[in-house]
Write a protein that binds this ligand. Structure first.
Ligand SMILES: N[C@@H](CCC(=O)N[C@@H](CS)C(=O)NCC(=O)O)C(=O)O
Length: 205
């Protein structure tokens, strides 16, 4: 059986959402990034980075949330339509997955940490403002890409949408308003409304 290491309140949410979309049998091993769960020799043998998530599928051990999802979608998601049908769609799935990690993730996580998560005395208003401002450009790029299309890599929801939406799901807790990006806002709401996303996060609605 597939094994996913990492609590859902971490980047392990990304593969967990996809596993729910795929309807596969999997075991989640809820290692936490708080405390010393990730320091054990047994876990470091799987993931020498000491980070979550890690996926184990038979003798394949994979880390990096986007790589895990691209693998799962290609290996198990063709029939479900989660992997694009042609090389053009595959290229777009790679593009958007790399893009969200390099152009969005760091700034959005910084806004989340310095706006909401860190204790008030550890928050840095300058970093918060700078990273909030830095988000305007990539969010505008995504909004523009959704002009005249409903999905990122095919004419249906695929792993490209899931990977980008999973990162952008931090917008709400980070209080990043999307009013200026109406197409992005509507697309994101549609992605996050999927039953598999709610199951992955244990939400009923
Ligand atoms: N690029 C990695 C990042 C993984 C990562 O940083 N995970 C966090 C939890 S969300 C973690 O394990 N932090 C523990 C630490 O940094 O010590 C991915 O997307 O999988």
């Amino acid at each position: 059986m597939l094994k996913l290491y990492g609590i859902t309140q971490s980047r392990a949410f990304r593969p967990r959402w996809l596993l729910e979309e795929l309807g596969l049998d999997y075991e989640q091993v809820p290692l936490d990034f708080h405390g010393d769960d990730l320091d054990s020799a047994a876990y470091r043998a799987l993931n020498p980075n000491g980070r979550i998530p890690t996926l184990v599928d038979g003798d394949l051990v994979l880390w990096e949330s986007m790589a895990i999802n691209l693998y799962l979608a290609k290996r198990y998601g063709v029939d479900a339509g989660l992997w694009p049908d042609d090389i053009r769609g595959e290229a777009l799935a790679l593009q958007w997955s790399f893009w969200v990690m390099t152009e969005v993730e760091h700034a959005l996580l910084t806004v989340l940490m310095h706006g909401r998560v860190l204790p008030p005395e550890e928050r840095d208003a300058e970093r918060l403002g700078r990273n909030r401002d830095a988000l305007a450009k990539p969010l505008g790029v995504l909004d523009g890409a959704l002009h005249g299309r409903d999905f990122l890599a095919a004419n249906r929801f695929t792993v490209a949408d899931l990977n980008v939406a999973a990162v952008l799901s931090w917008c709400k807790p980070a209080r990043v308003a999307l009013d200026e990006f109406p197409r992005l806002g509507a697309w994101l709401a549609g992605c996050l409304a999927r039953p598999a996303r709610k199951r992955a996060q244990g939400l009923s609605r």
